[in-house]
Design a binder for this molecule. Structure first.
Ligand code: AMP
Length: 182
């Protein structure tokens, strides 16, 4: 069993619903267990600014899938939710990235882990920190930094708001997936 973290984001359609559907589809995958979900965060768009706000979250998974197989499954879930993306960094129904896969460093053409852009993105680092809990002891593979260092470097984040827990109490009980309790 490997512990992996995925980051999810959506900004068109019904983003919160799509995040929940994506988590359900991931949870329904044989060989993947969703362990913990962060809250949902709403943030201003970056890169391509003329688009709706983004809704983001992070989930902690346990899986026996290889990193490549996990990527394929994430891409299938994106397809199942009819991911639409016309412009690079533009609006999307759902985006799923592998942030971390165990302590592995992966540098392949189609897969880079740790995800190369996660460090400076408060909408990834903050929900990840929420799920991880003890950020000081959580070392980022391939760096000499901890997740706590990244949180400090982000400092007082702007343009991001922590919203509701990802799962309702009922969903939490039904699925056996935990909201992170902070
Ligand atoms: P994007 O839709 O902008 O997230 O980019 C998707 C592309 O990034 C796909 O072609 C993936 O093969 C590639 N990719 C590279 N590293 C990762 C990663 N850690 N997680 C998800 N996709 C990745």
């Amino acid at each position: 069993m490997v512990r992996a973290y995925v980051g999810l984001g959506a900004n068109i359609g019904d983003p919160v619903r799509q995040l929940k559907q994506a988590i359900r589809l991931i949870q329904d995958t044989p060989d993947i267990q969703v362990r913990t979900c962060s809250s949902i965060y709403r943030s201003d768009p970056v890169d391509y600014l003329n688009q709706p706000d983004f809704y983001n979250m992070v989930a902690e998974l346990e899986t026996t899938l290889s990193a490549e197989a996990l990527l394929r499954r994430c891409q299938e879930v994106e397809q199942e939710l009819k991911r639409v993306r016309v412009i690079r960094y533009g609006p999307r129904t759902i985006d799923i990235d592998i942030l971390l896969y165990d302590q592995l460093l992966i540098q392949k053409e189609n897969l880079e882990v740790p995800h190369p852009k996660m460090k400076d993105r408060s909408f990834v680092v903050l929900p990840l920190a929420e799920v991880v809990g003890d950020t000081e002891r959580f070392l980022i593979p391939g760096t000499s930094e901890s997740l706590g260092d990244w949180v400090k470097q982000i400092g007082n984040p702007r343009g991001i708001l922590k919203l509701e827990p990802m799962l309702t109490k009922r969903e939490e009980e039904k699925t056996n997936v935990e909201n992170r309790k902070c």
